[in-house]
Design a protein around this ligand. Structure first.
Ligand code: FAD
Length: 305
């Protein structure tokens, strides 16, 4: 119930303006977001790298981008990648990009061109880009653009969401040599017609997808905080004879930091998804939807107007 309230709130621009202006919200956001600008994200990235963690940096941008927003997002990533390189943080750090922020809903071709420019900047900086997964109406378009980007930049990463009924098939398609695939549960409110909505069904689908990716020839990136799924991933890596550099774990900044450290200390590659930017509201709502205890504290303090 709370999950759907916060997911609906993630899409409300009016509530977004109200919540973003409250200083308490900013304090809650600080737990999950590095800060407003590139300077802040470089500081956080350095701290994570010093702790032996790898990083994927996400610039939080408006999800319904105008053509100007889309160009600004492309330019922001190009600047970010140059700064990461100058700071000696590549290839430890890569970037994660949402095609919606590059104008996918306005013009797929333009979004592709912008994404290509980000891939070029990533390659120049000695690192890669991963395309985040968004709601199911964008999946076909995103995977098509991914295929085109990979023709020139084969290390471009994909994200697949275990809650979508189609995802086992997508895992089979993408578990080829050289293919980097992040597997996560999925963070959007999706209808039953396209997605599993029961938590156990989502977990079972995650394990089926994990089996395909771990037994395949690609590079699986296991993105979850779920202790049971992490244990199963460790088991599958052993079962399929993968060495520690043939897969990685991924977690969100500020979530289960002790587990991040434990996995890294036991020799795993652990990549932290590190968001920054002023548009943190939608991101924060999705994180609160996943953590009911934090969500209740937060909801009590939103100003009543
Ligand atoms: P959950 O189902 O949230 O939690 C399962 C169990 O894990 C909980 O019951 C609890 O026991 C434990 N747990 C979880 N969090 C904590 C915590 N903070 N402290 C203690 N225990 C905890 N979604 C997309 O749709 N598209 C993307 O591109 C995308 N990229 C992602 C990238 C990364 C690196 C990660 C980690 C997630 C990403 N997600 C993305 C979000 C993802 O789809 C899930 O919504 C989110 O990760 C929550 O699912 P979970 O697997 O972590 O476990």
């Amino acid at each position: 119930m709370l999950r759907s309230v916060f997911l609906a709130a993630a899409d409300s621009s009016r509530l977004g303006r109200l919540v973003s202006s409250a200083s308490l919200s900013k304090n809650v956001a600080r737990r999950y977001v590095a800060g407003d600008d590139v300077d802040a994200v470089l500081v956080a990235a350095r701290e994570l790298a010093d702790d032996g963690l790898t990083i994927t940096v996400d610039h939080l941008a408006p999800e319904t981008a105008t053509a100007d927003d889309a160009r600004a997002t492309r330019d922001e990533y190009v600047t970010l990648l140059g700064r990461l390189r100058a700071a000696g943080l590549t290839p430890t750090a890569e970037v994660s990009v949402k095609l919606s922020a590059l104008g996918q809903r306005l013009d797929e071709k333009v979004a592709f061109e912008h994404a290509l420019a980000v891939c070029a900047a990533a390659a120049e900086a000695g690192t890669s880009m991963t395309l985040d997964a968004e709601d199911h109406t964008t999946t076909d378009s995103t995977l098509e653009i991914l295929g085109d980007l990979r023709k020139e930049y084969p290390s471009t990463g994909a994200v697949l969401q275990a809650y979508l009924r189609r995802t086992e098939g997508d895992c089979r398609e993408l578990s080829r040599a050289g293919s980097r695939v992040r597997l996560c549960k999925g963070a959007y409110a999706e209808p039953e017609s396209v997605a599993f909505t029961d938590a156990l069904d989502i977990d079972k689908s995650f394990v089926r997808c994990l089996n395909i990716l771990m037994s395949g020839e690609g590079y699986p990136m296991v993105a979850t905080h779920d202790p049971r799924l992490i244990a199963i991933a460790e088991d599958r890596a052993r079962w399929f004879d993968r060495s520690a550099d043939e897969y990685e774990f991924q977690m969100l900044y500020g979530m289960r930091t002790e587990e991040q450290a434990r996995l890294a200390a036991s020799g795993n590659i652990v990549r932290i998804y590190l968001p920054y930017g002023r548009q943190w509201y939608g991101y924060l709502m999705r994180r609160l939807a996943e953590r009911p205890s934090t969500a209740v504290q937060f909801a009590r303090r939103i100003p009543q107007k």
